[in-house]
Design a protein around this ligand. Sequence first.
Ligand code: PLP
Length: 510
Amino acid sequence: MIQASETLRELAATFACLRTEPAPDVLPPEESVTRAREKLQQHLPESGLGLEETTKHLQEAIIPGLNASSRSPNYYGFVTGGSTPAASLADNIVTAYDQNVGVHLPKETVATNLEDRALVLLCELLKLDPAQWPHRTFTTGATASNMLGVACGREYVIAEASAVRSDATNSVGELGIYEAMHRAGIDKIQILTSVPHSSLSKAAGILGLGRASIRSIGLEGASHKIDIAQLKKLLEQPGTASVVAISASEVNTGAFATSSLQEMLEIRKLCDMYGAWIHVDGAFGIMGRILTLPTHSTIINSCAGLELADSITGDGHKLLNVPYDCGFFLSRHREIAARVFQNPGAPYLSTDATDTIMSPLNIGLENSRRFRALPVYASLTAYGSNGYRGMLERQIELARAIAEFMLESEDFELLPKFEGSKEEALNNIYIIVLFRAKDDSLNKELTNRVKASRKIYVSGTAWEGQPACRFAVSNWMTDAKRDLPIIKQALINVVKGWKKSKEEIGIVHS
Ligand SMILES: *Cc1c(COP(=O)(O)O)cnc(C)c1O
């Protein structure tokens, strides 16, 4: 039989130590991945291997084939945060206790109070007044949070359209989308946005609005920025309800859709006029609100006014540096929460109606839920606002140092092309650095050659129809002094290796 507590403690200790030892290389050797794949159990064992043998199997056969991105500060693919020591510790406790945080049961466990407190601390970190954001919950990530945002927006804009015609509230949650729209007298719901994350289209698809409901309203020549004139024109269309999605730092360039409080005030005013819902996708951009330095003023201004939105998406497993899978969702509309997400007709799940904490199962997607609040709570408690600000400042410092290297390099080029001074160009940089090789033939192979170095990891993407590479700096261990030389050396070696291979096949003659 399973020996519960001792074994759990040992396992927690084993895996906690695995997480804090920095990995020598950013990826395991490819042979290790292949070997691990070959050693996977081919069939369900009839009598299990037992805990001891299984631990050995995991340690010796499986772990060498894992890409432990959070253990290496030089992993710059996606926006992969690591896991802070406090968050890692708490995550082991989550597994050991296996709380189900679906129903608010304040006499039985502190879990739901802690979850709500973690969300309040998070609001404080992000300079959002918790009293203004009463619908708050943890999700599995920013994709799920965007789903909640679009679902709440859909509910709200139909109710707003109904209010114009009658005093009835036509709820999609109750009536379904077709009947609610019909009664509200609208025949179209559009999502107006600029450079949206792919997960916004996914949300629109799942929620019955359709991926085709996404309309890009980026400015010409600066597609990441909302074109306010176009916004007004589209909001005005009769019979149409709108959700406006603000990309607060988009994944390719890190650019923000708005650049001042003034712009957000204008967007808010227009949306109020036409009953539209504003959703902010701030998966990692929302953390820009914790910055204070004058050299970060471009980012600070881009985050100003995001508190005017109706809902906000944030990711925990990105810049908060808690383990996968953790996102958060905030909305200013508590009544919408229950209209969309109530889990009705299960009286055994109800709790005291006078308590201000709502059962998570009535305000989000899942019924049974992991206690993903605990790592966030532990990490915010351990490091506080200064600790998180310090982490983000170190991440921006490295991103800007990489960008500076690109600006000065003969072989690489910083994207998007920027017409101002070097200082201005660098002040635009948040934690993302998009770049390409100047030579087209190297550029085609660039991402794969960088990955093959196994010293640093970058993502491949496309920019203006050409391949491009992207650094996303997001690990709490980031340290420009230590990491920049590793990055430069890896990139220099990539260029050297490419030149050498060209000479070998006789293409470069000089
Ligand atoms: C990463 C990201 C998402 C999706 O987040 P997941 O955590 O992968 O679900 C959505 N929007 C933006 C802007 C992102 O950067």
